[in-house]
Design a protein around this ligand. Structure first.
Ligand SMILES: CC(=O)SCCNC(=O)CCNC(=O)[C@H](O)C(C)(C)COP(=O)(O)OP(=O)(O)OC[C@H]1O[C@@H](n2cnc3c(N)ncnc32)[C@H](O)[C@@H]1OP(=O)(O)O
Ligand SMILES: O=C([O-])CC(=O)C(=O)O
Length: 439
């Protein structure tokens, strides 16, 4: 058994026992109430999932295994004090709950390099799609096509024992994560560049390799990709992409299927697609005023366009959140990055003005429970600054990162033998009759 699997096995055995004890001692303990408002309101706020990798606090934001983003900057391995946390370390932490050493990060890095060869038919499946296919269609198709290599699926069919499911799930998740930057950059190079594929560099870390294969090779671009992959990796279990992957995985669908399903959820405009929507919307604002980014817009003009967007019945992309009730720390991390590395970018300037204007307008309207920006409000402007102009690709980049959290959780789902997820549903008449009977 390899080193990381050994660590996982030791931890996992303890957690299995913890879960068994909990079920034995406290199975019937009530953890939450469910109201009609909860059921008809997307189950928001109802504690009903087990996620080991991370926890979201509504004011402080995400914590990976208990560590906030600023704390992670202090503890996770980086190449130097000015550097960004490495994705290999982020995954190691999410998976094992332990902060890795640089040696452990290097072990993971080399392992992923070795696992990075993508079966040729994956590229053919992507190529077979019509020109009109969107990047997220290509990406999820690529992931599904990659499922032919699933070891979990093969072993399950020959009668694997339940307590051993995690092992082949681990192999699948590791292979999938290793191959995702290759698949995603293939889509990027084919669709938005000259079509020349750039080979993986076995000396680079996972995030920098993604940048490299997309065609970005400066140290600063590597830093951008490391930061981006670090902050988008996980957001506890209830968000649409993570929850979908967990749900599909609960039917014992293989990790490629489960994660691909999660990606289809990420592609929705209320979730990860909002990172594209932000740029599309800002561009539409400049078009509305017939102005270029360089010419800029005044705070008042931006304010008026925000009001107009709301009057037209649309949401302000990048603002609001189902759980957060404060500025997303992932927004702050990106703003800090821009403050440090980017001077005088007119689009980033616009994003900063929006941060001044939008929360007050949303507060005044009184509808959105959270008027503050989320991660998507900033990301596109940074990517655009560094030359990734085709914003319809941004959700794919988000998706590559999200594999770290979703993948780690899928391994835990199998380790803990979490059962098929299958809540009850009722008809509208049932709810009405139930409500009337309570009057
Ligand atoms: C990585 C991520 O997924 S982060 C989220 C990315 N998505 C976006 O940025 C899209 C814009 N934001 C939104 O649509 C929402 O804030 C969501 C989807 C993120 C959260 O939705 P909810 O939990 O339903 O928010 P909330 O309970 O505050 O909604 C109450 C009302 O305020 C509205 N509202 C919420 N956010 C916004 C916003 N940014 N602009 C305008 N109205 C908003 C809702 O549409 C809802 O209106 P309704 O009663 O007419 O349906
Ligand atoms: O938590 C959520 O619902 C959405 C979100 O920010 C994420 O998944 O990163």
């Amino acid at each position: 058994m390899d080193y990381i699997k050994q660590r996982l096995f030791e931890k996992g055995s303890l957690m299995r026992a913890q879960l068994q004890d909990l079920l034995k001692e406290s199975r019937d303990l009530i953890v939450d109430e469910v109201t009609i408002g909860n059921v008809l309101g997307g189950m928001r706020g109802v504690t009903s999932l087990l996620t080991v990798t991370s926890k979201l606090d509504q004011y402080e934001g995400i914590r990976y295994r208990g560590f906030s983003l600023p704390e992670l900057y202090k503890v996770l391995p980086r190449y130097n004090t000015e550097g960004e946390p490495l994705a290999e370390g982020v995954f190691y932490l999410l998976l094992t709950g332990e902060v890795p050493t640089m040696e452990e990060v290097e072990y993971m890095r080399k392992d992923w390099v070795q696992r990075s060869e993508v079966p040729e038919h994956v590229f053919r499946a992507i190529d077979a799609l019509p020109k009109t296919s969107k990047p997220m269609t290509r990406f999820s198709t690529g992931i599904l096509a990659a499922a032919t290599q699933s070891q979990f699926q093969k072993q399950h069919r020959v009668g694997l024992r339940k307590e051993d499911y995690w092992d082949s799930t681990y192999e699948d998740v590791m292979n999938m994560i290793a191959q995702l930057p290759v698949i995603a950059s293939y889509i990027y190079r084919k669709e938005f560049c000259d079509g020349e594929v750039i080979a993986l560099d076995p000396n680079l870390d996972w995030s920098a390799n993604f940048a490299h294969m997309m065609g970005f090779n400066s140290e600063e671009e590597f830093k951008l990709f490391r930061m981006y992959m670090f902050i988008h990796a996980d957001h506890e279990g209830g968000n649409v992409s993570a929850h979908t992957a967990h749900l599909v995985g609960s039917a014992l669908s293989n990790p490629f299927y489960s994660y691909a399903a999660g990606m289809i959820g990420l592609a929705g405009p209320l979730h990860g697609y909002a990172n594209q929507e932000v740029i599309r919307w800002i561009k539409s604002m400049y078009k509305h005023y017939n102005r270029t980014f360089e010419e800029g817009l005044s705070e008042e003009e931006i304010h008026d366009f925000v009001e107009k967007t709301l009057d037209d019945g649309n949401v302000i992309p990048g603002y609001g959140h189902a759980v957060l009730r404060a500025t997303d720390p992932r927004f702050i991390t990106q703003k800090d990055f821009a403050d440090k590395y980017v001077q005088n970018d007119p689009l980033i300037h616009t994003v900063n003005i929006l941060y001044k204007v939008v929360p007050a307008v949303l507060q005044e309207r009184g509808k959105a429970k959270n008027p503050w920006p989320n991660v998507d409000a900033f990301s596109g402007s940074l990517l655009l600054h560094y030359g990734i102009k085709d914003y319809i690709f941004y959700t794919v980049m988000f998706g590559v990162s999200r594999a770290l959290g979703v993948g780690a959780q899928l391994i835990w789902d199998r380790f803990l033998s979490l059962p098929i997820e299958r809540p009850n549903s009722q008809t509208l008449d049932w709810f009405t009759e139930y409500a009337n009977s309570e009057d």
